[in-house]
Design a protein around this ligand. Structure first.
Ligand SMILES: [Zn+2]
Length: 459
């Protein structure tokens, strides 16, 4: 059980008439996260996650992990520091490295604070005793911090210099089996985004600095998005404007059906997949023993999901100016329970109902999913305002109406909906429905739930 009075929740108090020095561009979700004490800015472009936000990030990690394991992934951890020598071998050190943090140890040896781990994981496999074709496909993933020295970090967690990422690296025998792996992991990605219930688009993408032959991006649609996406209303084809070789002009015809109905929207990239081929395995000498017993080069893919960015961008898409709104599976708590104010005439009677409710809610949701706002020195109104801004999926108020009638009535505030006055049984049944919905999302099998991928459905 989580108690609001014990929660570390350093809300931002700005004195009246204070001149706030705006050091970075804030999105509305970032402003709410900062004002409400969920996230604190660290040094320029880095962020400190406070307990409420950390709960959501942890839920996102668990959900991603679950989907990666369903796609045959095995979790590993690689060091943040990658020897620069490996990037020399892959050729990437000779490209534009201005966005990477380079550090030296006391002996002068140079390292990258890794923005990605293709070289590191490939070198690890190259130094492993020969891998047999029987061990393939091999799908390894990790979840950890990544670093990028952004020229302009902005929109808080959406574009930070240090961020949390899930990165998976896959190894196959042939290009054909690597394509099967690509399809399997792509299915897991689509399932993950459907489970979040945030409208997304999957688009064909440029392979960019990563290289390779096939690439897709997953975007949430938002005006603060930094990518321009084009979608064909005729055949459903969607692509990043980059792949058209033009970021400013809309091409006149769809590359897939040659139809004329291409529309533009802004997207926040939250995930990216690449079929890499032998771009890294060849220069780094990562091989396996084929059926004939001869070493052959491994065929690779890499697959990223920006964990912190998914949470921040989902909030940006769903929230209003005044209230956070969370994907149900990522909300820090399912239910917030607010009891009567200290010294109010209904206190004694309402409190006994409050305590009964706490027990039943614990049985329905589990103790970890309940935030009990027992700051009884505060009015119900003040606590309700906090609860609404924090965007709990369900907030239950045990107030004056809980004692005035033969059947005690509670207030139920569902995130984004009008207040309801209901009796205890009705409230509990709505809580149970919420829990069932979450379970259904979690156990979704491929293709069971249909969430629109059409841009037209996005507000
Ligand atoms: Zn088309």
């Amino acid at each position: 059980m989580n108690k609001a009075s014990r929660l570390f929740w350093p809300t931002l108090v700005t004195p009246k008439n204070a001149v706030v020095k705006q050091t970075e561009q804030l999105s509305r979700s970032q402003k709410l996260l900062t004002d409400l004490g969920l996230v604190k800015p660290g040094s320029n472009g880095t962020y400190q996650l406070m307990p409420i936000a950390q709960r959501s990030i942890d839920k996102c990690i668990n959900l991603v992990q679950r989907n990666m394991q369903e796609a045959g992934g095995q979790k590993i951890s690689l060091p943040v520091l990658t020897p620069a020598q490996l990037w020399k071998k892959s050729g990437r050190l000779d490209g534009d490295i201005s966005e990477f943090y380079m550090v030296r140890d006391r002996s002068g040896k140079q390292f990258l604070m890794s923005p990605t781990h293709e070289e590191a994981v490939t070198a690890m496999l190259a130094t492993t005793a020969p891998i047999s074709y029987r061990q393939l496909p091999l799908r390894l993933f990790q979840i950890g911090p990544k670093f990028r020295d952004e020229l302009k970090s902005r929109f808080g967690l959406m574009r930070a210099k240090e961020f949390l990422m899930k990165d998976m690296y896959t190894f196959d025998v042939t290009m054909e089996t690597a394509r099967n792996t690509y399809a399997t992991v792509s299915d897991a990605y689509e399932r993950f985004f459907r489970q979040l219930e945030v409208p997304f688009v999957k688009v064909e993408a440029d392979t960019g600095m990563m290289g390779g032959s096939l690439s897709h991006e997953y975007h949430f649609i938002s005006p603060v998005g930094e990518d321009t996406l084009l979608q064909c209303s005729n055949c459903g084809y969607a692509g990043n404007a980059e792949v058209f070789g033009s970021d400013t002009e809309t091409p006149s015809t769809c590359p897939s059906c040659q139809g004329p109905q291409l529309s533009r929207v802004r997207g926040v990239e939250v995930a990216h997949t690449f079929l890499l081929g032998d771009k890294y395995s060849k220069p780094l000498g990562a091989t396996f023993l084929s059926t004939s017993g001869k070493p052959e080069t491994l065929v690779m893919g890499c697959y990223g999901i920006g964990i912190t960015r998914v949470v921040a961008a989902a909030l940006e898409v769903l929230s209003t100016e005044q209230e956070l709104r969370w994907p149900k599976l990522l909300a820090p708590y399912d239910v917030c329970l607010i009891g009567p104010k200290q010294g109010s005439k209904e206190q004694a009677t309402a409190e006994s109902l409050e305590n009964e409710l706490l027990q039943t809610l614990t049985q329905i949701c589990g103790p970890e999913e309940i935030l009990h706002d027992e700051r009884k020195e505060l009015t119900i109104g003040k606590r309700l305002l906090d609860a609404k801004r924090l965007g709990h999926p369900l907030t239950i108020v045990v107030g004056g109406k809980a004692v005035q009638q033969e059947t005690p009535n509670l207030e139920l505030h569902a995130s984004g909906a009008e207040k309801l006055e209901l009796d205890v049984a009705e409230v509990l049944s709505l809580v149970a429905r919420h829990v069932r919905h979450k379970q259904k999302l979690l156990h979704e099998q491929q293709g069971e739930l249909r969430i629109s991928q059409t841009i037209g459905h996005v507000h």
